[in-house]
Structures are given as C-alpha cells and as structure tokens.
Ligand binder design. Structure first.
Ligand SMILES: *Cc1c(COP(=O)(O)O)cnc(C)c1O
Length: 427
C-alpha cells in the first residue's frame, strides 16, 4: 500500500516536499550525516555531492572552522532581535561584506532567505524613487530565463513562461520581460526599449553571467557590462542577484567583478554561510541609503524580518568569509573549471547532447530533449554513488569548491555513464 502511495508512507505522511508532484515522487533517500563533499545515507551508502546542497556548501559540509564559530555563538547568544539591539556578529559581517563586495556597496540589510533579499531589493528600488520624488518609476525589467525566487515579488521578475510559477500567473504583477541582448539581438534595440520605458522603470534585475535555476544558461561579461551601461544611461537602478553566482562560483568572488561593474543593489544568499544555515543580504550604495534619510519617519525603509541578522547565521557567514581569505577558493574554482572542461567537453561530440558548457565551478551537459525523466536520472545517479539532480533537460555540477579531483572524476564519470544509458534508450 505504502509503495503505491509513497506520499502516505510513514516517513512522508506529514511532509510536503519542494517542487514536487507528491503522487509521482518516489520516496526520497534519507541523509544522516555529511562531511566534505559526501552525504551519508541511513542504509550505509555514501554519495559524492555534485550540487553542494543547492549550491550552498562552498567549503564542503561540516567545515570545522564554521562549526567552531557556530558552536561558540550557540553557547553565548543564538538569537536576539535586531530592532533596537545590535551585536558583534552583525557588525563584523557587515564590515567584511562591504570590504569584499564590488566597491561602493556600503550598506547591508540582512534577511533570512534569498527570495526575501530580492523582495527587499525591489522594495528598496521602489521606495528610493518615491523618496526622490519620481513615484512613476515603479516597474521592473527582468530577463527571459531568469529566476529570482519563489515569493510574489521575486516571481514577478522571474521568467513568466516558466512552469515553476505558472499557477500564479494571474496574480503576479506584470513587469517588463526582455531577452538578454546578444550578438544577434541588436543592442540598439535593447537600448531603444529601455529608453522608451525608463520613465516608468525603477530597476532592472539580472542574474550576472549565469541564469542558474532556469537551466544554467551563460552570457558574457561584455554583455553584462553593456546591460549595466545602458541601464545607468537611462537612470534605471541595476540590481544584481548574486545569490547563485556569489562567493567564487563563476571563478571570481562575485560575477559582477568580471564585468568590472558595481550594481546599485546586490542580493546575496545561498553560499553566504557556507551552506550551514540560512541567511541572505541585500547590499546597496550610500547614495541609495541616503535617499531614505529624513527628519520624519515617512521615508524610512519599512521592512524587518523577525530573525533579521540572526547572530548564529552571521557567525557562520563570518567564518565562511574567513575561509575565503585563508584558503584560495578562487584557485580551486579555476582547477574545477579546468577539470570539468577536460572531463565533459568530449560529450560535445555525442549525438543527443545539445551543448556542454563550463563556467568556473559550474559544468553543464544539456541534452537534446525538451524534457527528461528527472526522477530516473536522479535514481541512476544515486545507484552510482553520486548526488546529481537535473533541471529541465540539463545535467549540471556545482560542487563544493573544496571537492577533490577524484571525487569530481566520480561525478563526471557518472554523468558520462548515465548519458550513455539514456542515449541507448534505458531511461
Ligand atoms: C536560489 C535563488 C534565489 C532564491 O533564494 P532562496 O534562498 O531559495 O529564497 C534567488 N535568486 C537566485 C539567483 C537563486 O539562485
């Protein structure tokens, strides 16, 4: 009985799982312990993790430096409200973030998840224009193929054709959705469009260099630089969502660095705490911050999550940033990039493979099919001792930056084997 209705099995009976048709979902595998790039399952099997728990565990799991910092904080003050009170973990983390962020991002607003940091970025942009007397600038531009989170504001600036948010199409507010200008698409056309709508646009939101959750699509630093330039020329705030790309993933500490740009607002999340606990941040410039200063309450930014700047999470993030200083994660990302190219590029010549692309510590094999049986792929990968979950028709790796060469080989070999099986019709 339980086998036929896995969502009613005892371990599943009260849980609702993410992005899942519960009726079709096989029982999930159960994790009991993690270390480095390995996930230990309750039945004794060990999986090498190819996606670092949704791209968070930059230093691998259970890094002793982060755990020690968290233990210390846990024993003294796991949480305190941020309204009216402050604490060292928030102060130190804000200083550290300002030091490493693109120059000019001088203020940090902490939240508890990436989606909420996007909501905060959007609210900041909207209220900024109100505060400077241009309330008609109240729309956003986003790009086709983008994903900025699952809350209503974030959904409104994610690709509207995407199945993830389709059910809410009629309620989600309408924003301008454009194609990322490329060599074919004329930049002039993009510029004309922005010029035409700029008087109603508060901001443009981008995933710099990598559109991640919608299918790991890449575009060049030149394109990013040009989008930024056109936005600034038209008095549109530039919001960089670095939740997926931040902290070394693309081969530089922030993807914006590769284009040499400072966004007006930047969102951070995912790897901010090295994958230990949830925390996100919205950073902005002193110029935007100053537009919220006034003699009355009226212009104040009205947002404040209950667990804002949670000290335990901040202590994890501080320790994570220390690791970026002490150990050369960027060099590790570059080494991963080299190996991913060597291991995966041969698949380019395989019929049935649409594209193979690598950017920093991201390796992508896009299959020549509109959809694939993702559950079959995931299960085959588990049987081979690796943890890989496809997006749409895309198999990708975003491992811990600390992953060993042998562990990475295991991952790329598993991809090659499962692709071969899929091509021979086993799926
Ligand atoms: C994951 C992600 C988000 C959402 O973050 P959550 O912590 O899941 O709310 C937003 N933007 C980008 C680019 C992401 O990759």
């Amino acid at each position: 009985m339980a086998d036929e209705q896995p969502w009613k099995a005892p371990s599943q009976a009260h849980l609702w799982r993410p992005y899942a048709q519960m009726q079709l979902l096989p029982p999930p595998v159960k994790a009991v312990r993690t270390e480095g790039s390995r996930i230990h399952l309750d039945d004794g099997r060990v999986l090498v993790d190819g996606i670092a728990s949704w791209w968070t565990a930059a230093h691998g799991y259970n890094h002793p430096h982060i755990l020690a910092a968290m233990h210390k904080q846990l024993d003294t003050m796991p949480h305190i409200m941020f309204g009216g009170l402050t604490h060292d973990p928030a102060i130190i983390l804000s200083e550290k973030l300002v030091k490493i962020a693109p120059r000019g991002l001088n203020r940090v607003f902490f939240t508890d998840s990436g989606s909420v940091s996007v909501e905060v970025a959007m609210k900041m942009a909207l209220q900024y224009w109100q505060n400077v007397g241009q309330p008609n600038k109240n729309k956003f531009i986003c790009f086709r193929g983008s994903y900025h989170g699952d809350t209503f504001g974030a959904m409104a600036v994610s690709d509207p054709e995407d199945s993830m948010h389709k059910a809410f199409k009629s309620t989600v507010s309408h924003q301008f959705v454009l194609d990322i200008p490329s060599s074919e698409y004329s930049f002039a056309e993009f510029e004309d469009t922005l010029q035409a709508i700029a008087k109603n646009v508060a901001g443009i939101i981008v995933e710099p260099l990598v559109q991640a959750a919608e299918g790991m699509r890449f575009y060049s630093a030149d394109t990013l630089e040009a989008i930024h330039r056109v936005a600034k020329a038209n008095n549109i705030l530039f919001i960089a969502d670095e939740i997926a790309t931040g902290f070394g993933r693309t081969g530089s500490l922030f993807a914006c660095n590769e284009a040499g740009i400072t966004p007006d607002i930047m969102c951070l999340g995912k790897a901010l705490t090295g994958g230990c606990i949830t925390l996100a941040a919205t950073m902005t410039t002193e110029a935007i911050f100053e537009a919220f200063l006034a003699d009355t309450q009226e212009k104040a930014f009205m947002h404040g999550p209950t667990y804002m700047a949670n000290p335990l999470a901040c202590s994890a993030a501080i320790a994570s940033l220390e690791l970026f200083q002490q150990e050369d994660r960027i060099a590790q990302a570059e080494a991963i990039e080299t190996q991913l190219r060597e291991d995966l590029f041969p698949l380019r010549f395989t019929e049935g493979v649409r594209d193979v692309r690598v950017k920093g510590a991201i390796g992508v094999v896009e299959l020549d099919a509109e959809t694939i049986d993702k559950v079959w792929f995931n299960q085959r990968f588990v049987e081979l001792g690796v943890w890989i979950r496809p997006i749409k028709n895309v198999l990708y790796l975003m491992p811990a930056l600390t992953i060993s060469k042998d562990e990475l080989s295991l991952l790329t070999n598993a991809i090659k084997q499962v692709v071969a099986e899929w091509l021979s019709g086993k799926a």
